[in-house]
Every structure is written in structure tokens, then in C-alpha cells.
Design a protein around this ligand. Structure first.
Ligand code: TYM
Length: 331
């Protein structure tokens, strides 16, 4: 089976709708046909300050949400990045092969470091995409299902794999990103030209998987729309309404056209009220299952430990090959 690898940072108490649509819902479908690795990337999370207790809790909560949303740990390898030392080791090797200018061109670093202020942005934030390349390459990954914001990082990963292979001999599979057309970027409900993100200034436009129904409903009812009062998809002229239609369409697996005709002549209030119900129907079972899983964290830890064993075996083999190719003595 071809290999897929993807991951999320445990940097919030809950995943958000963008993570769910852009990544997680794709993953659950793909796990049937691929040898799938899904990672909670806690080493990435510490590139910005984290509270240690919260980080540990959020790491488990993120893993629980993967399972609750449909990742089956008997089919997929669901593991935590810090359980597999090869990630940090290969990242070091790849650091030595990445140009300073090349890393400086990563737009996400530019955005994030600007927000942090250049002085408080860490070197880890700068080399973050190189650790991500190590994640992907250790498993000889063929396909990386992600949202649009990760496209450039996967491109860098491809460049690094090809560079290593041409200098030191074939060692890594060169992976491809899989970015779903149309749904790879879900927008903030209050600012529908910016992507939905946990680092937005306010949470008013951020829909969280684990929020109670009334909180989510309120946010959806207050979503920014426009004065045109017609429900149709037009990303340029009607970004807010288009975003709501996209979300509705993905969660119900209905086409945008069929939604446009269903809501013809009706108001934005109707669309929002129905959408709030659709979101609740999707998230209520995920929330309930997440709570169950977190109530028995020994069981969850057992699942993660089992997966870590398999991940270590595969990643360790790839790392040994890379060390061998480089002339690094190893055990
Ligand atoms: P992270 O944790 O920021 O986001 C996890 C996944 O959610 C997608 N995503 C979105 N998709 C659509 N609309 C949005 N508004 C939206 N916001 C987030 C992201 O594209 C991502 O797929 N660097 C990665 C984590 C990572 C990784 C990896 C991913 C580390 N190593 C290896 C793939 C392979 C990140 O920070 O994702």
C-alpha cells in the first residue's frame, strides 16, 4: 500500500473546523486505501511558548479527537512525535542541507515571526518546516494530505528529498501534497478573507470541535455576510456567504449548486440556522467520543505507545539508511 503521512499541532484545547475539513475528514477516508501515519506534532508546538501541563493535556486531547473523528488506530498508525527520536535526528541532518535563504522564503515563518516580533521568534520557528520534512521523509511517504497553508512546506520537503538523493544516493521517496480543491482553506467567520486559525486575534470567527453547541451556534449566527441578500457562491463578491456554503457542502456531502437552489429566495438567517444544526450533528458525536477517550487516558496512552513502537521501527530504519549514506557512524 502507498504511504500517507500527516500531522497536527496540539497547540489548542480543541481542533477547529478548518483542521476538521482541510485535514481530518480527508484522513479518515484515506486510511482505508493507504498505509497511514497520523502524528500529533508536539515538537512543532514548542516552537512557540507552551505551558507544560497544558501541552501534555492537549497532546492527548488531539490524539483523542483524531480517533473520535474516525481515525481507526487498528488501521492507522496514530502516534506522538516526541515518542520517536528519529524525527529530531533527521531534522538535524536536513538542517545542514537547507539554504538559509531557502528557509527564509517560507511565508508561514514570515507571518508568524512578524506576529511574535523578530526578537522573540525562536530559531526553532525558523527551522520548523525542516522538522516537518523529517516527519514526512522518515516513513517513505507518497502522499501528504494537508490544507493549502502547508503547500510550501511540502514543496520544501520534496526539494530536500531530491537533493539528498542526488548527493548521497537514493534514500527517500519524494512525496506529493494532496490539497483538496475548494475545501483546503476554510475562512474565519468574522473575517472571511483570512483563513480560520487558532492564532486569530479573537475567537469570534473560530469554530471549535469541542465547543458546546450554543457557543458554536452563536458564532455561526453572527458570521459576517454582505448586503446583497442572495445565497449564492461567489468567492470574490461574497466571501462570507461562500465560506458558509463551502462548510455546509462538505459536511453534508451536497453540491454547492443544490444548496443554492434549496436556499433560493431565503434569508441568511435561515442558512445560518441550518448550518449550525449541520455542524452540531457532525461535532456532537466527536465531542462525546473525545470525552470518553480522555476519561480513560491509560487506554489512550496504550494505543499511542503501541503505535510509537511501529513508528520507531520504520523511522529508525530510514534514519539508519540516511546515516549510512552520509558516512555517519551509527549503532
Ligand atoms: P496545523 O496544526 O496548523 O494544521 C493541521 C492541518 O489543518 C489544516 N488547516 C486548514 N485547512 C483548511 N482551512 C483552514 N482554515 C485550516 N487551518 C489549518 C492544515 O493545512 C493542516 O493540514 N505544519 C503542520 C503540521 C505538520 C505536518 C507535518 C503536516 C507537522 N509535520 C507533516 C503534514 C505532514 C501544521 O502546523 O498544521
Amino acid at each position: 500500500k502507498p504511504v500517507i503521512f500527516s500531522g497536527m499541532q496540539p497547540s489548542s484545547d480543541s481542533l477547529h473546523l478548518g483542521n476538521y475539513i482541510g485535514a481530518l475528514s480527508q484522513w479518515t477516508q484515506m486510511q482505508e486505501d493507504f498505509d497511514a501515519f497520523f502524528c500529533v506534532v508536539n515538537l512543532h508546538a514548542i516552537t512557540v511558548p507552551q505551558d507544560p501541563k497544558e501541552l501534555a493535556a492537549r497532546t492527548r486531547a488531539t490524539a483523542a479527537q483524531y480517533i473520535a473523528a474516525g481515525i481507526d488506530p487498528t488501521k492507522s498508525t496514530l502516534f506522538v512525535q516526541s515518542h520517536v527520536p528519529a524525527h529530531a535526528e533527521l531534522a538535524w541532518v536536513l538542517n545542514t542541507m537547507t539554504g538559509f535563504g531557502e528557509a527564509s522564503r517560507m511565508t508561514q515563518f514570515k507571518d508568524k515571526s512578524q506576529r511574535a516580533g523578530t526578537d522573540s521568534a525562536s530559531v526553532g520557528l525558523f527551522t520548523y518546516p525542516i522538522l516537518m520534512a523529517a516527519d514526512i521523509l522518515l516513513y517513505q511517504t507518497n502522499v501528504v494530505p494537508v490544507g493549502e497553508d502547508q503547500r510550501q512546506h511540502v514543496e520544501l520537503t520534496r526539494d530536500l528529498a531530491a537533493r539528498f538523493n542526488s548527493r548521497f544516493g537514493d534514500t527517500f521517496v519524494v512525496p506529493e501534497a494532496q490539497i483538496q480543491k475548494g475545501t483546503a482553506k476554510i475562512y474565519d467567520l468574522q473575517d472571511p478573507t483570512s483563513k480560520m486559525s487558532k492564532s486569530a486575534e479573537t475567537e469570534a470567527g473560530l469554530i471549535k470541535v469541542l465547543d458546546p453547541a450554543n457557543v458554536t451556534k452563536k458564532k455561526i449566527m453572527r458570521a459576517v455576510t454582505d448586503d446583497d441578500a442572495s445565497i449564492r457562491f461567489d468567492r470574490e463578491a461574497k466571501p462570507g456567504v461562500s465560506n458558509l456554503l463551502t462548510i455546509y457542502s462538505v459536511l453534508t456531502e451536497r453540491s454547492i449548486e443544490s444548496l443554492e437552489s434549496e436556499f433560493e429566495g431565503r434569508g441568511y438567517g435561515d442558512l445560518k440556522k441550518d448550518l449550525a444544526e449541520v455542524v452540531e450533528e457532525t461535532f456532537a458525536p466527536v465531542r462525546a467520543r473525545t470525552e470518553e477517550l480522555l476519561a480513560d487516558s491509560a487506554e489512550l496512552d496504550r494505543i499511542l505507545a503501541g503505535a510509537a513502537e511501529r513508528a520507531n521501527e520504520i523511522a529508525g530504519r530510514t534514519l539508519a539508511n540516511a546515516y549510512e549514506a552520509l558516512g555517519l557512524l551509527h549503532g
